[in-house]
Ligand binder design. Structure first.
Ligand code: UD1
Length: 376
C-alpha cells in the first residue's frame, strides 16, 4: 500500500479535500491518511463539515488551536513533523492557502516528501494578506501544482514553475457544490430563517482588513443596517468577527440578523437562494460563480479574477460606502449573467486523484502530466 498524507486544517479546506478523498477510493493501492491540524476546532467551524461532507474521521487531529500566525504555523510544523516520524508517506497533499497549508508543506519538503498543492497559482499580489504569503511559499516548494483556472497557470509560469509540475484540473470546491446542492435545497433553509427565496442578502466577513479596525467595521455595520431597510440581511458571524463586533457594543437594528456560523449544507442552501452575497471570502467568490448568484466582494483585490470575468463576482474595494449602491443595483435587477468557468464541472477530484495515482505509482507518461482527462 502507498500512503498519501492528506492535510486539512481550517473551514475552507474541508469541502476541497472531500471530493479528492472520495476519488482516491478508485485506487485500492493508495491509502490516504487524513490529518486535521486543528487550526479550526469549534463544532460549527469544523466537526459539522466532516459530518455533512461525508469526510472520514481524521486519522490524526493535531489539535493546535488558535494562536498568532507565527506560533500557530510553528506548532503545526512541530506536530506534523512528529507525526511523519512514524510513517512512510509517499506524498503530502495540501489544499488552499491557510496556515496549515504552508506549515505542512514546509515540513514535508524538509523531509524529502513530495508535496501536492491543490488550488495552486492563485495570486492577489497583496502581500499584506497572510494567505498570499502562504500561497507563494507553498507553490514555490510543491512538486505537483493543481490549478483551478488558466490564470493560475500563467502566474506559476511567470514565477518559473515548469509546466511538467502544473495540472489544470478544475475546482474541487465546486465538486462539493454539485454533490450537495440538492440536499441543501431540501432543507428549505431560507424559510427556517424567515426569509423568502431570492429576497435577502447573505453576508460573511472575517478578513483582518475588514474586521480588525473598529472604524472600518463600524462603517460596514452601518452600511448593512442601511441596506436592511430595503432587504433582509442574514450575517452568520465568524468567531474572529464576533469578538470585534462585541467590543464595538453593536446591537443590530430591524432587518439585520447576526447569527452563529453555519454548517456546510445550511450555508449552501442560503447562498443558493440569495439575491446577492456580500463577502470577503475567497471560496465564496467561487461558490457563487458556480451557483450563478451575484457576489459583491468587499476587498481591493482578488486572487480569483476568473470569478470577475466568467463568474458573478464584483470587487467593491474596501470602502463600506460602496455596499449600499452596489446591492441596490442588484435588487433593482442589474445582475450579471452567470457563466461557470471551464472544468468547474464536479469532476476535479477525479482528475486530481488520477494525477496523484500516476505520480506515486511513478509511471505517468510525460505528455499526460499537463492536461488530465477523466471520463465523465
Ligand atoms: C483562517 C484562514 C483564512 C480563511 C479562514 C476561514 C489563515 C491565515 N487564515 O482565518 O484564510 O479564510 O480561516 O475561516 O490560515 N476561532 C474560533 N474557533 C475556531 C477557529 C478560530 O473561535 O474554530 C477564532 C479564534 O479566536 C482565532 C480566530 O477565530 O484566533 C481566527 O482564527 P484563525 O484560524 O487564526 O484565522 P481565520 O480568521 O479563521
Amino acid at each position: 500500500m502507498t500512503e498519501i498524507v492528506c492535510v486539512v486544517g481550517a473551514r475552507p479546506n474541508f469541502m476541497k479535500m472531500a471530493p479528492i478523498l472520495d476519488a482516491l477510493r478508485a485506487y485500492p493501492d493508495i491509502k490516504p491518511y487524513l490529518v486535521h491540524t486543528g487550526q479550526h476546532y469549534d463544532e460549527e467551524m469544523s466537526r459539522v463539515f466532516f459530518v455533512e461532507l461525508g469526510l472520514p474521521r481524521p486519522d490524526r487531529d493535531l489539535e493546535v488551536g488558535s494562536d498568532s500566525h507565527g506560533r500557530q504555523t510553528g506548532k503545526i510544523m512541530m506536530a506534523f513533523d512528529s507525526l511523519l516520524d512514524g510513517r512512510s508517506a509517499r506524498m503530502v497533499v495540501v489544499v488552499g492557502d491557510v496556515n496549515s497549508t504552508v506549515a505542512c508543506s514546509l515540513v514535508a519538503v524538509k523531509r524529502g516528501i513530495p508535496v501536492a498543492h491543490v488550488e495552486a497559482g492563485l495570486r492577489s499580489r497583496d502581500r499584506t494578506m497572510p494567505e498570499e504569503i502562504n500561497r507563494l511559499v507553498t507553490d514555490a516548494i510543491s512538486d505537483l501544482l493543481f490549478a483551478t483556472s488558466p490564470d493560475a497557470i500563467e502566474n506559476l509560469r511567470a514565477e518559473g514553475v515548469p509546466d511538467s509540475k502544473i495540472h489544470l484540473v478544475g475546482n474541487p470546491m465546486i465538486d462539493s457544490i454539485h454533490r450537495h446542492r440538492d440536499a441543501a435545497r431540501e432543507r428549505n433553509v431560507p424559510k427556517r430563517f424567515g426569509l423568502a427565496p431570492r429576497r435577502y442578502g447573505l453576508v460573511t466577513l472575517h478578513r483582518p482588513s475588514n474586521v480588525d479596525d473598529p472604524g472600518t467595521l463600524a462603517g460596514i455595520l452601518e452600511s448593512l443596517e442601511a441596506l436592511a431597510k430595503r432587504v433582509p440581511i442574514l450575517f452568520p458571524v465568524h468567531p474572529r468577527t464576533r469578538e470585534r463586533i462585541r467590543s464595538l457594543g453593536f446591537e443590530p437594528g430591524p432587518g439585520l440578523a447576526l447569527n452563529e456560523p453555519l454548517g456546510y449544507l445550511d450555508f449552501l442552501g442560503l447562498m443558493d437562494q440569495a439575491t446577492f452575497v456580500l463577502t470577503d471570502s475567497g471560496g465564496i467568490q467561487e461558490e457563487t460563480a458556480a451557483l450563478g448568484v451575484p457576489c459583491l466582494t468587499l476587498r481591493a483585490n482578488t486572487e480569483r479574477p476568473i470569478t470577475l470575468t466568467e463568474g458573478t463576482n464584483r470587487l467593491l474595494g474596501t470602502d463600506p460606502r460602496a455596499i449600499v449602491p452596489a446591492a441596490t443595483a442588484l435588487l433593482d435587477g442589474d445582475a450579471p449573467a452567470p457563466r461557470c468557468p471551464a472544468l468547474w464541472d464536479g469532476h476535479a477530484g477525479q482528475r486530481i486523484a488520477k494525477v496523484l495515482a500516476d505520480h506515486v505509482e511513478g509511471d505517468a507518461p510525460a505528455e499526460s502530466r499537463r492536461s488530465v482527462q477523466v471520463d465523465t
